[in-house]
Design a protein around this ligand. Structure first.
Ligand code: FAD
Length: 301
């Protein structure tokens, strides 16, 4: 695929296209080789065109949000990486305490919008460094709240270029899972239902949440948040610590000294380092406790 070929199908203003784009620039882990083609798509029409182009030619495509829950291979990504920008970055009032958010909007943007408009319910998401699309895909949550509690509907684009909509129930939300985890649809926008709340109370709760994060999480090092899902009846971090793995490192990747559920990049970590460390932790925890740790992060390769 050439720059010219891909540009031919898109108007310049509909997308920014970069070939051989280093993916470490687009992940919170600051890890990842080059994507053959990186496409920042600004309109639904452009998104349809790029997906049709990829389908026609048998080229793989991958949608990312803010890259805060992915590990990109050192070898990079064959095909097209799509990031939503432009009209996907907008929030609007949908009436009756509802807001409609483009899938590319950051959760931080949602929280600030909600606070400024005296709408409560999204405070749990303050400090989760993802996009609305990534958060719905993952059913992101923290401190007693999750996307499941506030999502009322979402619109998507399927692989055949059709736009569809899911209602609340159709999302099939469960722990770090949604219907989107199991299909290849691209989430376009999401409607959230919040409730009227005093702005100072919202502000207080957001601050409180952030303080808790700062105390517990290694926010001064690149990471992808919690590497593992919470196993039924246990806490991954406690099991890892109990097995003496706090601080264990492979190359530049290390089980955080501050929060054993995080693997941090201490500088120069490769995806191979992180994967080796994950496998090592999984093996030791399995041998010593019998618990199987499943990864929460998604691998892009
Ligand atoms: C410091 C730190 C703290 C964190 N704390 C939390 C926390 O408290 N709770 C929590 O749940 N998570 C947490 N995370 C993880 C992460 O922020 C969330 O999972 C977030 O929802 C991921 O969103 P993203 O936009 O970065 O998605 P990405 O990482 O870019 O992508 C994640 C998955 O979503 C898919 N995806 C993204 N956008 C779309 C779309 N528009 N359509 C279809 N699929 C899409 C991708 O293909 C990928 O499979 C943390 C991460 C970090 C680095």
């Amino acid at each position: 695929m050439t720059d010219k070929e891909i540009r031919e199908i898109l108007e310049n203003e509909e997308a920014d296209i970069r070939l051989d784009e280093p993916m470490y620039l687009h992940t919170s882990f600051r890890i990842g080789g080059k994507a053959d083609c990186f496409c920042e798509v600004k309109t639904v029409e452009a998104l349809k065109k790029i997906i049709a182009f990829c389908k026609e030619r048998g080229i793989d495509y991958h949608v990312i949000g803010l890259g805060s829950n992915i590990l990109v291979a050192d070898e990079g990504i064959k095909g097209v990486v799509i990031k939503l920008a432009g009209e996907f970055d907008e929030i609007s009032d949908a009436g009756e305490n509802r807001i409609r958010c483009g899938a590319g909007v950051s959760l931080a943007g949602v929280c600030v919008y909600a606070r400024n408009n005296g709408l409560g319910g999204a405070e749990f998401a303050w400090g989760i460094p993802g996009s609305v699309g990534g958060a719905v895909y993952m059913n992101a949550g923290a401190y007693g709240g999750e996307m499941k509690d506030i999502v009322v509907s979402s619109r998507y684009l399927d692989a055949d270029g059709n736009i569809g909509e899911l209602n609340e129930k159709q999302h099939q939300f469960s722990y770090r899972h949604s219907a989107y985890t199991d299909n290849s649809f691209v989430i376009l926008d999401v409607t959230l239902e919040l409730f009227k709340k005093n702005k100072n109370d919202i502000f207080y709760l957001m601050n409180d949440t952030m303080e808790k994060r700062k105390k517990k999480q290694p926010l001064n090092r690149p990471s992808a948040g919690s590497i593992f899902k919470r196993p039924e009846g246990f806490y991954a971090a406690a099991l890892i610590e109990q097995c003496g793995l706090k601080g264990k490192s492979v190359g530049g990747a290390q089980v955080s000294e501050k929060h054993s559920g995080f693997i941090v990049n201490n500088g120069g970590a490769t995806a191979k380092d992180v994967k080796e460390l994950i496998r090592y932790v999984q093996n030791v925890v399995r041998e010593k406790t019998g618990v199987e740790l499943q990864c929460e992060i998604k691998f892009l390769e």
